[in-house]
Design a protein around this ligand. Structure first.
Ligand code: BGC
Length: 354
């Protein structure tokens, strides 16, 4: 499939898999992904904005706002009460109807709420539409929630390592709080966001480059997010540049990017969305040809119907884990809407006028 066709197809796939409620399903054919994640959806809504699909983005943001506001009491209990009372946390994902769902899940994750605030800000900027009163209410609730909880270890964006403080997560909270100040035209969260930024510089760097979590000496591809969208470090910053060099050196294989070297989920393959993420960095770094090669590589991974999966198995960290996951949950999720969203973002970076 050529890259223009895959762009159009990606927009269609996202539209088709947006539930009537406004929630975006993470993957329609993979039953445990039959939920809307704040993290995935923040990027999906942003991609839809770039594609000019403001109604789709608005419907998702309204879904998010409704589901946050209806949990106002529990969020306030959390903010004002015992921070270890995990009963009252916001979940990282909800069913498309906005319920908790019955499966056990690693629900205590904070990054998705940070990037959601950023995505809402971008939606308002790009669409020129108004921030409604109920949006404002949800934005303040989530910001207060993040402002008190950022100090707590939580699951990372891969839903692992519960007891650590993750650098990508911290950067997402920083970005979310900065976005809210711009959205509300105030300075309410400036102090705390700067504190988080300083925390990242002081605790998130090992041997001159960013690390997966505080105290770790491993690198993780989600650290690309510290640059885009979270903008804690710019692309001229030596720490950020060394981090990306390390990602390219250690995690870039057979044309695609792994999450981290000891990842064993589905054997630890190469991820479409992460590869697109590297492409976004490359465009901003002026390396258009390399970024275009990545775009082509992603096109070559789309199936005959233009569907993109979560990951591919031609380069596995540990092949012995593949059959375990295949037997447990079936083959790797496809289509993964987040993969399509990152493709759209990269495509629009390379071809802003198309
Ligand atoms: C990934 C998460 C993602 C979820 C839904 C998980 O396997 O680790 O980052 O949010 O799938 O796509």
């Amino acid at each position: 499939m050529n890259h223009d066709d895959l762009y159009l197809k990606s927009v269609d796939i996202i539209k088709l898999n947006q539930h009537l409620s406004g929630g975006y399903v993470a993957c329609p054919t993979f039953s445990i992904y039959n939920y809307s994640w704040f993290r995935d959806s923040a990027y999906i809504a942003y991609a839809m904005n770039l594609a000019g699909e403001y109604d789709s983005a608005e419907r998702f943001h309204s879904w998010a706002v409704e589901n946050i506001n209806k949990r106002e009491l529990q969020v306030r209990r959390m903010i004002n009460g015992n921070l270890d009372n995990y009963e009252d946390i916001l979940h990282t994902r909800y069913t498309l109807n906005g319920d908790e769902g019955s499966d056990e899940w690693e629900n205590f994750q904070l990054d998705g709420f940070g990037v959601w605030l950023w995505s809402l800000y971008e939606y308002i900027q790009l669409s020129g539409r108004v921030l409604t009163e109920s949006m404002k209410k949800a934005v303040k609730l989530v910001s207060d929630y993040l402002s008190v909880l950022w100090v707590k270890p939580c699951y990372d964006c891969w839903e692992e390592y519960r007891n650590e403080k993750h650098i990508y997560t911290m950067s997402s909270i920083y970005r979310g709080l900065q976005s809210v100040d711009k959205l509300l035209n105030r300075n309410s969260y400036h102090g705390i966001s700067i504190q988080i930024r300083d925390w990242i510089i002081n605790n998130g760097v090992t041997n001159g480059s960013l690390c997966k979590y505080e105290g770790s000496d491993a690198v993780d591809s989600s650290l690309l997010g510290v640059y885009f969208p979270n903008n804690v470090l710019g692309n001229r910053d030596p720490i950020m540049r060394r981090t990306v060099e390390r990602i390219q050196r250690e995690l870039y294989k057979k044309g695609g990017i792994h999450r981290y070297t000891s990842d064993t989920y589905y054997g630890g393959g190469i991820w479409i969305l992460l590869t697109a993420w590297l492409g976004i960095w490359l465009v901003d770094d002026g390396k258009y040809l390399e970024a275009a090669e990545i775009l082509d590589w992603i096109c070559s991974k789309a199936d005959i119907n233009g569907l993109l999966a979560e990951q591919h198995s031609e380069s596995l960290n540990d092949p012995s884990f593949l059959s375990y996951w295949n037997e447990k949950w079936g083959i790797s999720a496809k289509p993964l809407l987040w993969s399509h969203a990152m493709y759209i973002i990269l495509y629009k970076k390379l071809y802003p006028d198309k």
